[in-house]
Design a protein around this ligand. Structure first.
Ligand SMILES: NC(=O)c1ccc[n+]([C@@H]2O[C@H](COP(=O)([O-])OP(=O)(O)OC[C@H]3O[C@@H](n4cnc5c(N)ncnc54)[C@H](O)[C@@H]3O)[C@@H](O)[C@H]2O)c1
Length: 311
């Protein structure tokens, strides 16, 4: 039997990374999950994957990679909250820039074939971008989180030019689905599901008319597997292009859970832009990717997951 190709998934104990790991294992790859478990959970890690608990910013990372010798790295580990990055920009930069750069440098030293980076289409283009944004829109972020993602895309380009390390930056829109952390500051679908199931009042920041592009986690995982095998480098939007505002999202989740509740409205959150939609035409043309899960089906599956977690 041919030796399996080896893939490191950082953040594989978290939401998106665990779905990517599941898909890789299912396709026959040998997977090493690297995660510091700062927000991720051991029970999210596929039992057929190996696991090492390490901080991506630590010098302890290099020996871990030297031992496993990955062919590919999929980098999902991050500080993921825009509002936390506004409050704590140094912490955000330590994980999302220094940590990511440490990993990228280790990848170059270990002759990794390709580096896939979880970028953020919802924040790298910023609030002044044309809507839906395409990959010709300039990177013009409004928050430290968006800045860190844009900076890493420039480092990726540098490592490609200087060391020939091929990369794909997948610029996700708002990802939702089972296993998203419902206690965090990001991930509105998970937060609303948890609160509504436990009878708590949901708070909508601002007027609820903030428009977002919600893409399902399994569609995002599939984009990562396609990017792994594609010869293409550069940035790709991964979204649906479909506009849903927070008020509409709130009603949809109420409907799926069979409740009729009223939210409370709170202040606008610093760093949140009013409208964000992504044009995913390039991903379709070059990677052969498209979003396959409609929002009603995706919310249904997410609600089922949180219901069964509660039971
Ligand atoms: N969820 C979204 O809507 C969305 C949108 C755009 C981009 N992204 C990006 O996708 C990636 C995955 O996001 P997610 O929603 O699955 O988040 P998540 O918080 O569920 O997963 C992140 C994982 O990284 C781990 N981690 C954090 N800091 C670490 C460190 N220093 N060293 C090692 N591990 C560390 C956490 O323990 C966690 O398991 C992130 O890079 C995020 O910025 C997410």
């Amino acid at each position: 039997m041919a030796a399996k190709e080896r893939v490191v998934v950082t953040g594989g104990a978290g939401f998106i990374g665990s779905h990517i790991t599941d898909m890789l294992v299912e396709k026959g790859y040998e997977v090493l999950v690297i995660d510091d478990l700062s927000s991720g959970k051991k029970e999210n890690i596929n039992p057929k994957a190996k696991f090492t608990q390490v901080d991506i910013a630590s010098p302890a990372l290099l020996p871990v990679l030297k031992k496993f010798l990955p062919h590919y790295i999929i980098h999902e580990a991050a500080q993921i909250s825009v509002s936390r990055s506004v409050r704590l920009p140094l912490e955000d930069a330590r994980i999302n820039i220094t940590g990511a750069l440490n990993l990228l440098d280790c990848a170059a030293r270990n002759k990794v074939k390709k580096f896939i980076f979880a970028s953020s289409g919802g924040t790298v283009y910023g609030g002044r971008a044309k809507c839906p944004a395409n990959e010709f829109s300039p990177l013009d972020p409004d928050s430290p989180y968006g800045i860190s993602k844009a900076v890493m895309e420039w480092y990726l380009r540098f490592y490609l030019t200087e060391y020939g390390l091929r990369y794909t930056a997948l610029r996700y829109s708002n990802v939702y689905g089972p296993r998203q952390d419902p206690h965090g500051e990001a991930g509105v679908v998970a937060i609303f599901c948890r609160k509504l199931l436990s009878g708590e009042t949901c708070v909508i920041n601002g007027d609820g008319k903030y428009i977002r592009d919600y893409v399902y986690c399994k569609d995002v995982a599939r984009a990562n597997l396609l990017a792994l095998k594609s010869a293409a480098t550069g940035g790709f939007n991964i979204g649906t292009g479909i506009a849903t505002d927070v008020n509409q999202l709130y009603s949809k989740i109420n409907k799926v859970l069979g409740v009729k509740t009223k939210p409370k409205y709170g202040p606008h959150r610093a760093g949140d832009i009013r409208k964000s939609l992504l044009d995913w035409g390039k991903a379709k043309k070059v990677l052969g990717w498209e979003p396959l899960t409609g929002i009603d089906v995706g919310i249904g599956e997410t609600a089922e997951f949180f219901k069964s977690e509660r039971n």
